[in-house]
Design a protein around this ligand. Structure first.
Ligand code: ADP
Ligand code: MG
Length: 330
């Protein structure tokens, strides 16, 4: 939570200049993270409307609130869900497929076993992980209209995609209202909508994984969603001295071990940016480059343990490095 606060502050510090003319703003906690919304629109209640929508989705998606769509689905194996829940699951399953399973909504039993939900962290035995892996596999999830059905013993979690989906909903609402500009920070998933009041592009800070409340550089953009996933956001150090992060490799059932500290993805879709930032963290530096060449439709910024910044081709002109401790590769 502290780390998320600093992430939030880092983005905020960078976003403050040039925000004159903003009509409404909101700061609150939802989806287990800090969020801040700043909107320039004719409707002075716009930020409050966006907040209400995010809070509605949070209630539907929470795997731990009894009675939520996801809690009911996981408890009963099948459930009638809200149109938004059905839509986010359906669209995310297509992304799981496109990503060859590096994103998998069904890893939840494994995420739970490692203690990432209860925060009572522990290293499961290899046998336990092997047994839990048999209860995973996104392709076995069925969505028919508003009914979602899971195989016996399965459970899902939208943690990797919920903030991105919420960002998309907010952007759709801003379009309907003809808002001129907005910057929405949903705990590290940032929607840069329209332009600043002076007509300039938004600048979105890229958090320094090593230092609180700092950023190593920023991206200039407009009408994009910038999502970051990092091993530094939620992790624990086991009795074996190994650091285990909250992103699981669905093939092994173990937290990802890699040279990457964070992956930022920039695209037109919040769901895509959020899904890809998690999945490219699983795929690693080479896997991310291969996926970029084969699929496209997004840009990325990778931060490595050697303080190197790896950029995809299309983001070079929009990224500015501000911290000399880091070096741009290639
Ligand atoms: P954050 O919530 O910090 O922004 P992510 O968007 O990267 O992080 O999502 C991580 C969350 O998604 C984890 O807390 C876990 O609940 C879930 N998760 C972990 N690994 C995977 C995976 N490979 N595929 C789908 N969901 C995952
Ligand atoms: Mg994600």
């Amino acid at each position: 939570m502290k780390r998320l606060l600093t992430l939030f502050l880092a983005a905020l510090v960078l976003l403050l200049p040039g925000c004159a003319g903003i009509d409404s703003d909101e700061s609150f906690t939802a989806m287990d993270t800090f969020m801040s919304l700043r909107v320039s629109s004719d409707n002075a209640d716009e930020a409050a409307l966006l907040r209400a929508e995010i809070e509605r989705l949070d209630v539907l998606f929470s795997p731990t609130s009894p009675g939520s769509d996801i809690a009911r689905l996981n408890a009963e194996g099948t459930a009638e869900v809200d149109a938004a829940t059905a839509e986010v699951i359906d669209t995310s399953l297509a992304l799981c497929k496109e990503l060859d399973g590096a994103l998998d909504l069904t890893v939840f039993p494994i995420v739970e076993e490692w203690g990432f939900i209860s925060k009572d962290y522990r290293i499961p035995s290899r046998e336990t992980i092997e047994a839990l892996l048999k209860r995973t596999g996104y392709s076995a999830v069925a969505v028919e209209g508003s009914r979602v059905t899971l195989p016996e013993g399965f459970a899902i979690d939208l943690g990797a995609v919920a903030k991105g989906y919420a960002a998309d909903r907010c952007v759709a609402m801003l379009r309907e209202e003809n808002a001129s500009g907005a910057i929405l920070n949903l705990g590290g998933t940032v929607a840069a909508f329209g332009k600043k009041s002076g007509g300039a592009q938004w600048t979105v800070g890229i958090a320094d994984p090593e230092q609180s409340a700092q950023y190593i550089g920023y991206v200039s953009c407009s009408d994009k969603i910038v999502a970051t996933s990092g091993s530094y956001e939620r992790y624990f150090v086991g009795d074996d001295g190994v650091t285990y992060c909250h992103i699981i490799d669905p093939q092994t059932g173990y937290p990802v071990q890699s040279d990457l500290l964070s992956v930022t993805v920039i695209s037109d879709s919040g769901l895509r940016s959020d899904a890809l930032s998690t999945a490219l963290f699983v795929k690693g530096e080479n896997g991310a480059a291969d996926f970029y060449r084969a699929h496209g439709g997004f840009e990325y910024i990778l931060l490595t343990k050697n303080r190197q910044v790896v950029l995809s081709d299309g983001i070079r002109d929009s990224f500015t490095l501000t911290d000399s401790a880091w070096e741009i590769m290639g």
